[in-house]
Design a protein around this ligand. Structure first.
Ligand SMILES: *Cc1c(COP(=O)(O)O)cnc(C)c1O
Length: 429
């Protein structure tokens, strides 16, 4: 184990003042019986902790850092914007620039509203869908995570799947939970059944088009298209939560990759370039129900913050002008995840490796993983051992089986090969 003395001290101090010492639960590393590394800086493909350890960064702040840490174009945009003032709580031109960029990159967006997190984006999209349809119920999928607001915090995957915790949160009222209907990922029958049992009551169906919060799980061929059809037939709003997949799987998100048009979409992570930004948008007739045009209220003091917009825009512009980024990270994704599969096979394991482009997961289970129940068959103790081996050898991966590995444009073939060597060593021993 590499030195973690300073992180341990900082963690002790943090726990006195912050619940669990962290501002987001998964960072506490409880699921892998470890302590969090306190980070001091990050640059390119590397991230550094307080003890001076350097790691190859496969978290990338859970997705936003698709260009690697500290990208010069983003830094420059932020530095140029800062002297003009950090926030005004007023309309600015850069917000229109951002909205225009989003609407151009994602064809299903006719209008878009900026918020400050992915949670806010999905919360607001659900409200807009309810306001638009006049219906209450929402269908979500077991194991999909859409942030931490009440309506969607039911069987929500991600940090809620850590050992010892439940997939549901205390503090969510039964009244709220009863309007959240649970379907099974990749199981169209489960969706049809819910629509039948709740005729004319379903406002929206929300899904991560590629699930990335129960580990990475791809939609089976045709699944998303069938959802599109059912929602159209039933008059329900189809919401794609592209907080992770947006601008990662393709410039137009998973919806362009799978050629399905959502009614509303939600974004976060990458669109902020590392700043706290979220967005929701879609069909004009739905978005025009949002205040001040319509009666669906949603607001935010720091929404569309100019510095955050500068960072996000710089990242999106770079991605738009450099389509080779996607070729590169997708190739590295194939190299890493196919490489992992090969290593596990050579060592006589039938573990499942799922990946779509630059995100993926090694599941410590022989079962195929195409839904939440299958994901949960993973051996979490094995994963914890794997995690500690990876960290000890300079590979910064998420401290939980049910999170994705994120590849950035700063990674090179050689980094992937080095990581594969570390993984090989784990299976050899
Ligand atoms: C991270 C995430 C969210 C929540 O975004 P926050 O910015 O953490 O609130 C919502 N949906 C998905 C798919 C996510 O991965």
């Amino acid at each position: 184990m590499n030195n973690r003395e300073k992180s341990a001290k900082l963690f002790e101090e943090a726990q006195k003042y912050i619940p669990g010492g962290v501002n987001s639960p998964v960072r506490a590393c409880g699921a892998v019986n470890d302590i969090p590394r306190f980070i001091t800086k990050a640059d390119g493909k590397y991230i550094y902790d307080a003890d001076g350890n350097r790691y190859t960064d496969y978290i990338g702040s859970w997705g936003p850092m698709i260009l690697g840490n500290n990208h010069p174009e983003i830094l420059k945009a932020v530095q140029q914007r800062i002297p003009l003032g950090l926030t005004y709580g007023a309309a600015t031109e850069i917000e229109t620039e951002m909205a225009k960029m989003l609407c151009r990159l994602v064809p299903s967006l006719e209008k878009v509203r900026m918020v400050t997190s992915g949670t806010e984006a999905t919360m607001s999209a659900i409200r807009a869908a309810r306001g638009y349809t006049g219906r209450d119920k929402v269908i979500k999928f077991e194991g999909c995570y859409h942030g931490h607001h009440d309506s969607l915090l039911v069987k929500a995957g991600s940090g809620l799947m850590q050992k010892g915790s439940k997939p549901d949160s205390a503090g969510v009222t039964e009244g709220t939970a009863k309007d959240t209907l649970l379907a099974v990922f990749n199981d169209i029958d489960s969706v049809e059944r819910l629509f039948e049992e709740n005729k004319n009551q379903v406002a929206a169906l929300i899904i991560e088009p590629v699930a990335a919060n129960m580990g990475v799980v791809a939609p089976e061929p045709g699944f998303l298209k069938e959802l599109r059809k059912i929602c159209t037939d039933e008059g329900a709003v189809l919401i794609f939560d592209e907080v992770i997949t947006g601008f990662r799987l393709a410039l137009g998100g998973a919806q362009s990759l799978y050629d399905v048009t959502a009614d509303l979409s939600t974004f976060g992570k990458i669109i902020g370039g590392g700043m706290p930004v979220g967005a929701y948008g879609g069909k004009k007739e739905i978005m025009d129900r949002v205040a001040p045009l319509g009666s669906v209220y949603q607001a935010g003091t720091l929404s569309g913050n100019p510095v955050a917009m500068a960072a996000g825009l710089a990242q999106l512009k770079y991605l738009k002008e450099h389509p080779e980024v996607y070729t590169h990270i997708n190739e590295l994704g194939d190299r890493l995840f196919n490489g992992i599969k090969e290593i596990t096979e050579v060592h006589g394991k039938k573990y499942t490796v799922n990946h779509v482009g630059s995100i993926g997961s090694l599941f410590f289970t022989d079962s195929k993983v195409s839904n939440f129940v299958q994901a949960k068959t993973s051996d979490l103790d094995k994963f914890a051992q794997y995690y500690r081996h990876m960290l000890s050898n300079g590979q910064y991966i998420a401290p939980a089986q049910f999170e994705a590995v994120f590849i950035s444009n700063a990674h090179k073939k050689e980094d992937i090969d080095e990581t594969l060597n570390v993984i090989e060593e784990f299976f050899r021993n």
